[in-house]
Design a protein around this ligand. Structure first.
Ligand code: ZN
Length: 535
């Protein structure tokens, strides 16, 4: 019997951690950061103590208590004794790998805790985006996906506290195995990007490889990696041949983006496997329809074409397709698209694998906006980007002097630049992202509205609060295409693949599948947190 145990992604959107066990063979489908659970306890100034290693995430239920799965350097003496009595505790043997579906942290973040003997199987684009995100981000100790700082235990003299774990200056790279291309097919520049750290200290490097996933006893997993369309490039679904038949894991997907063809091909090929089980996401099950990416383009063009002042576009730059949508709008309205250095770094990284991504140097429409206040010790990646693209850099004064010439790619966290830019009243703030999902985000939205009011900016596509609900006004809808398929599309995916068993994950309304697939011949089984489904 094949056992599937669901340690995350149940009745929540994200945090997927699904253990698949087939005899001696054992792997995880994603190992994501559980934002919803994390926010129950933590905020910006109250975080798990990095010096306590695994204690906080285990004790707070953010990580499953599976002894043997995690890095030894994060285990303080006696740590496991306190968990051995709880029902979900298990001593887990060697895990053979993680099949990572895409680079969003709610699928990848907690990889940071895994033993580095566990290889990560994913697409080249996902591996590269994950590295670019980590190089250019402020990744906390619980979100270090591609490389991590091993800790050592220190006993401060004169103090009675227990030892703390301190991060080494060295970095260790994780073993990534590519499921879609062979590392030797990558360009020398791409290989160099993976092998070179944007750090200045010694690093234990692990080159990219591609090899079959084998269990510790030498049994090979027969895997299929299916590229799919999602709001970040490189997303994939996985097929795993088990002793009970094929198990297919969707990751996150949609049928209405620029790469919808990939998802269509996945449905067809997965259907041909006649899978025993499909583990399917259900983020947007309650939505009846989708906004397509080309509608975002048309609506954004309409909103921006008539503006004669500054335009700020707020979207997730990791959604490279959205960035390209706004690049096209900038071209069509005779403006420059000003991106942040970290977005430039991501584009440069993507171009190593997808040559159709524009070259920042050659593209006259692209500019790079550099923060007004210089940092004293800029990170190496930032220095490199600013040197390489020196001629493309613009500052607040450049934007201020020619406000009708730019679309600035800012989000809420970049608003601090506005006092330097001094946008003219009537400037536009085009919001092309999702509505707030929790109280914290609602508070940020209230702040965002205050900023717009203060500077006399007009919001377009921006959710507003009415009777406690945050919604985009009807006339301004259509400026954001979700990364997730709507209910009817998800049912179509399920019915076309036609597994014997369907297991919904990554959803707050998994019962939708029971309601709509009754009598279809597909047996829907709802997983429980920490529960096992045998197939
Ligand atoms: Zn995602």
């Amino acid at each position: 019997m094949v056992r599937l145990t669901f340690y995350g992604g149940i009745n929540e959107i994200g945090g997927n951690k699904i253990l698949l066990e087939d005899g001696e063979r054992r792997l995880f489908l994603d190992f994501g950061f559980p934002y919803k659970k994390h926010k129950l306890f933590y905020e910006e100034y109250l975080k798990p103590r990095s010096g306590a290693g695994l204690l906080d995430p285990l004790m707070m239920g953010l990580l499953p208590p599976l002894e043997g799965l995690y890095r030894d350097d994060l285990v303080a003496p006696g740590l496991w004794q306190q968990f051995r009595v709880i029902p979900s505790y298990r001593e887990l043997g060697q895990v053979d790998g993680v099949l990572l579906s895409h680079a969003h942290l709610d699928h990848s973040g907690h990889i940071s805790f895994l033993r580095d003997s566990v290889p990560i199987y994913t697409t080249a684009v996902t591996a590269f985006i994950a590295k670019a995100m980590q190089d250019s981000g402020k990744s906390d100790f619980d979100q270090q996906v591609c490389y991590f700082s091993p800790t050592t235990r220190e006993y401060p003299t004169g103090w009675r506290q227990i030892a703390c774990l301190t991060g080494n200056t060295a970095r260790e790279q994780r073993q990534f195995c590519l499921g879609d291309v062979k590392p030797e097919e990558l360009s020398p520049e791409a290989t160099e990007f993976w092998n070179r750290g944007f750090w200045e200290k010694t690093t234990r490097q692990k080159e990219l490889i591609s090899r079959p996933l084998a269990s510790h006893s030498g049994c090979i997993f027969n895997l299929r990696c299916f590229p799919v369309d999602h709001s970040i490039p490189g997303a994939c679904a996985w097929g795993i041949e088990t002793s009970a038949g094929w198990v297919v894991y969707s990751g996150d997907l949609r049928l209405h983006g620029k790469r919808a063809e990939l998802t269509r091909r996945f449905i067809e090929q997965a259907g041909r496997l006649r899978p025993r089980a499909v583990i399917l996401e259900g983020t947007n099950v309650l939505r009846e329809t989708n906004v397509a990416e080309h509608e975002v383009y048309e609506n954004a063009l309409m909103a921006i074409a008539n503006s004669s002042s500054l335009v700020i576009a707020d979207f997730s730059p990791r959604d490279v397709d959205r960035l390209l949508t706004f690049l096209q709008v900038a071209r069509d309205t005779g403006r420059k698209l000003a991106i942040l250095p970290k977005d430039a770094y991501l584009l440069k990284t993507m171009r190593l694998l997808e040559p159709e991504i524009p070259d920042i140097v050659q593209d006259d429409t692209l500019a790079i906006y550099q923060d007004t206040i210089a940092s004293k010790y800029p990170a190496l990646w930032l220095r490199n980007i600013c040197q390489e693209y020196g001629s493309k850099i613009i500052l607040a004064d450049d934007v201020s002097a020619a406000q009708d010439q730019f679309i600035l790619c800012f989000s809420f966290f970049d608003l601090n630049e506005l006092p330097s830019i001094r946008p003219k009243a009537g400037s536009l703030y085009v919001y092309s992202s999702s509505e707030p999902h929790d109280e914290e985000q609602e508070i940020d939205f209230r702040r965002l509205h205050s900023w717009l009011k203060h500077f006399g900016l007009t919001g377009v596509g921006l959710p507003v609060e009415r009777n406690g609900e945050w919604q985009v006004p009807d006339v301004e809808k259509g400026l954001h295409a979700s990364g997730h398929a709507c209910g009817p599309d998800l049912l179509e995916i399920a019915q076309q693949i036609r597994p014997d068993v369907l297991i919904p994950v990554h959803s707050e309304h998994p019962g939708f599948y029971i309601d709509h697939l009754g009598g279809s011949g597909i047996n829907v089984i709802l997983p429980t947190v920490g529960g096992t489904i045998g197939i």
